[in-house]
Design a protein around this ligand. Structure first.
Ligand SMILES: Cc1cc2nc3c(=O)[nH]c(=O)nc-3n(C[C@H](O)[C@H](O)[C@H](O)COP(=O)(O)OP(=O)(O)OC[C@H]3O[C@@H](n4cnc5c(N)ncnc54)[C@H](O)[C@@H]3O)c2cc1C
Length: 372
């Protein structure tokens, strides 16, 4: 069977689905095919975002419901701890499986969706991209690709955020459900290591062991994580999640005859590994233009240069002096106003926020790396 489409999208992950939810509403006449290798969405991701004034409201824009909203965060290192009330801002967690399923439901009736459909090869036949799957041949002049490509990053000063997390249920009240532990640092000379805790209730929390490292090994991190969990005594394991996310500078894809989106298009923040807000901001900037082969450039993601520059300085410190990184983050959260930090983390800083962030960083570290 041969079928032609206006657009073929590879991968039904976060970037594709958020894009399609908005795009198909504006262009219901286009015939779109969405292909994903998996049968179903797994319960193995949690998407957290900063929300509040001047930041795109994901619940309203994408009709998705958060699992939990927190108004307070804390960080600690050695015997120092910082607690911040974030009002009018907050930190929201979206359940990965529910969010992706909800986004898929919102756009499914306007597209052709095929799961269990791994794209192994895309051939070019004249102006058309051609994908063959079993006895079906799909073709389109316009291709959107959200698969992850590791060679799209500059290898210089490349770090990865690697983490292993467990959602656990304790027999007794254990967690402060009002406060997210953003970074509880451990002393480590070679890598940046911290625990991240999302307390859903007094008894249930997602506890993650996270590393920013040059060459992380997820099995080693899992072992460290299991060791860490022993401090909680008896618990029930509800589910687990893991990831290795690039923290580096993307080689910008200005040309090319197809549209890359998602992680491999730089839609992941180099200094934090967050991408949901960045994806939403990108979609918001796309005008009502119809996506076709002639206007791909209007859809290409361009990362904000000032944020990129500042992220680069963060990454240099994390790369060359990982033992100094806890001080960098502690200083940022203790000295800058929380609104400036949150807007900075959510890709929406004003110039004053950027200045506030730079001023909050330890001078002796930053001066050295700003000019390196
Ligand atoms: C466990 C975890 C937690 C995270 N937490 C956060 C967070 O708290 N906040 C945040 O902002 N970001 C977070 N991220 C980072 C980021 O938001 C996600 O990785 C996000 O899913 C990236 O979107 P994407 O579209 O680029 O990739 P994906 O969502 O991974 O989508 C890619 C899709 O392509 C499909 N695919 C791959 N290869 C093929 C193929 N050959 N053929 C067909 N289909 C294919 C995959 O099945 C997948 O559905 C997290 C990531 C992970 C892994």
């Amino acid at each position: 069977m041969k079928e032609k489409f206006d657009i073929i999208v590879i991968g039904a992950g976060l970037s594709s689905l958020m894009f399609l939810v908005k795009y198909v509403k504006k262009h219901p006449q286009q015939k779109i095919l969405l292909l994903d290798k998996d049968h179903d969405k797994k319960n193995d991701q949690t998407f957290c975002v900063w929300q509040g004034p001047d930041i795109i409201n994901l619940t309203e824009e994408f009709d998705i419901q958060p699992k939990k909203v927190w108004g307070k965060i804390m960080l600690d290192f050695q015997n120092r701890s910082i607690k911040k009330v974030m009002s009018p801002y907050n930190y929201k967690a979206y359940d990965g499986k529910k969010t992706l399923s909800s986004l898929l439901r919102s756009c499914k009736k306007n597209i052709t969706y095929k799961n269990n459909c791994e794209v192994v090869q895309v051939k070019k036949n004249g102006l058309f991209y051609v994908i063959t799957k079993d006895s079906s041949v799909y073709s389109s002049q316009t291709l959107v690709d959200s698969r992850h490509y590791h060679n799209t990053y500059d290898s210089k000063e490349m770090l990865y955020q690697a983490f292993y997390g467990s959602e656990v249920e304790m027999p007794t009240n254990t967690f402060d459900e009002t406060t997210v532990t953003l970074m509880s640092f451990k002393e480590n000379k070679n890598d940046i290591e911290f625990t991240y805790i999302l307390p859903y209730t007094k008894k249930i929390a997602l506890i993650e062991t996270t590393f920013f490292a040059k060459n992380p090994n997820i099995n080693d991190i899992k072992l460290k994580h299991e060791e860490k969990l022993k401090q909680y005594g008896k618990y029930t394991l509800l589910r687990s999640e893991e990831g290795i996310l690039p923290m580096g500078n993307i080689k910008t894809d200005k040309e090319g005859s197809y549209l890359k989106i998602g992680i491999s298009a730089g839609m992941i923040r180099p200094s934090s590994g967050y991408s949901m807000i960045r994806i939403a901001n990108w979609i918001n900037q796309i005008e009502d233009t119809e996506l076709n082969q002639q206007n791909l450039s209007k859809f290409r993601f361009k990362s904000p240069w000032l944020l990129n520059w500042l992220d680069k300085q963060f990454l240099k410190v994390c790369f060359y002096r990982p033992e100094m990184a806890p001080e960098l983050f502690m200083s940022l959260f203790s000295k800058a106003k929380i609104g400036s930090v949150v807007r900075f983390m959510a890709d929406k800083p004003t110039i004053n926020d950027v200045i506030a962030v730079i001023q909050a960083l330890p001078k002796k570290i930053m001066i050295k790396y700003l000019i390196k």
